[in-house]
Design a protein around this ligand. Sequence first.
Ligand SMILES: NC(=O)c1ccc[n+]([C@@H]2O[C@H](COP(=O)([O-])OP(=O)(O)OC[C@H]3O[C@@H](n4cnc5c(N)ncnc54)[C@H](OP(=O)(O)O)[C@@H]3O)[C@@H](O)[C@H]2O)c1
Length: 382
Amino acid sequence: SPPRVAGSAGTVFCCCSECCFNSERRAGQCVTTFRVRLAAAWPNAGGGCPGAPPPAPRPRQPLPERHALRAGRTALGRTSAVRGILCRLGVLIKVHACGVNPVETYIRSGNYARKPALPYTPGSDVAGVIEGVGGRVTAFKKGDRVFTSATLSGGYADYAVAEADTVFPLSDKLSFSQGAAIAIPYFTAYRALFLKGHAKAGESVLIHGASGGVGIAACQIARAYGLKVLGTAGTEQGMNVVLRNGAHQAFNHREANYLDKIMEYTKMQGVNIIIEMLSNVNLAADLHLLSHAGRVMVVGCRGPIEINPRDTMNKESSIRGVSLFLQTEEERRECVRAVLDGIESGWLKPVVGPEYPLQEVAKAHEDIIHSSGARGKMVLLP
Ligand SMILES: NC(=O)c1ccc[n+]([C@@H]2O[C@H](COP(=O)([O-])OP(=O)(O)OC[C@H]3O[C@@H](n4cnc5c(N)ncnc54)[C@H](OP(=O)(O)O)[C@@H]3O)[C@@H](O)[C@H]2O)c1
């Protein structure tokens, strides 16, 4: 018979991998088994079986694992309602890769508007394998390859807990690292281009900063939807990546006269849309690169900039902020549909840049902010 584990109130629950995670129980009971299951996913971290001999003294776990476990428990412990939902609708994922997004460095530094409760484990874009599912989860089963657009416990970890409706099947066409490069980059790019920028086939778009996670996603999506795509990068290697991923033309944003080259390429007409990754540097110049009624979509910004509002009047152009965090459920579904269609059709192929072991996350955070030249999505490998 399966091993049984004492619950917090002295009740005994089953903790075998088959039934504790899948069975229908009352919320309180479920939580205990869910926790036990989560704990059991780490060797030496689970509870003991009352019938078993006392366990031998265990070596202390490496820090990342202890932290992941604590984060998972914290996520599960917020309120009993949340715990109940998680237990029924949550999944536990063995993380194989987690994308690094610049916003995680802003949040970690404490200078960002959103300040998470502590302890905090960053990371939303996980790819991995389902380890267990809540009682009401039917879309996934243990062993499925998946990627996420959010986690409840944090993705910079060996295991992560996520709500099932933020988890998607990972096509066999894509590696785990590619799976970890999908959610924030492609959802943001789609949102900027279509939900906020109202891009149409035949229009021209300048992806200002096209060599990183969001930029490459924007190049691939814009090309697939019939736009004329111009992209910039700061290195030769980055420009080649941009050209290989849908851009009709690439420019080097570290070259003194690259803005003139862009205008020449458009026959002095300018572009309909700019997807801007560094607006604190480029916004004033962007207004001169737009065509009549053009729009700048502010995706990335790391500080203030002075612009002349008159430059918007000349062309009746507009500047619009983009925030993925404000997406509605309907918008989210549209993004998901577009992304899954793109993977299925084969045009959506995330480009993985530097990969770091989880232990080197501090270096990854340094490098993404002080990049010497992006060439794809930065990924952590636990
Ligand atoms: N608004 C939202 O909801 C949202 C969502 C996701 C991301 N973001 C933001 O969008 C930005 C890009 O994110 P990411 O994940 O793509 O980051 P990333 O992978 O680090 O890429 C950064 C990009 O910015 C480019 N860049 C550097 N200097 C530039 C310049 N002077 N002009 C134009 N581009 C320049 C880089 O090009 P080189 O390295 O080749 O020079 C690279 O292509 C970040 O600021 C991020 O915080 C916003």
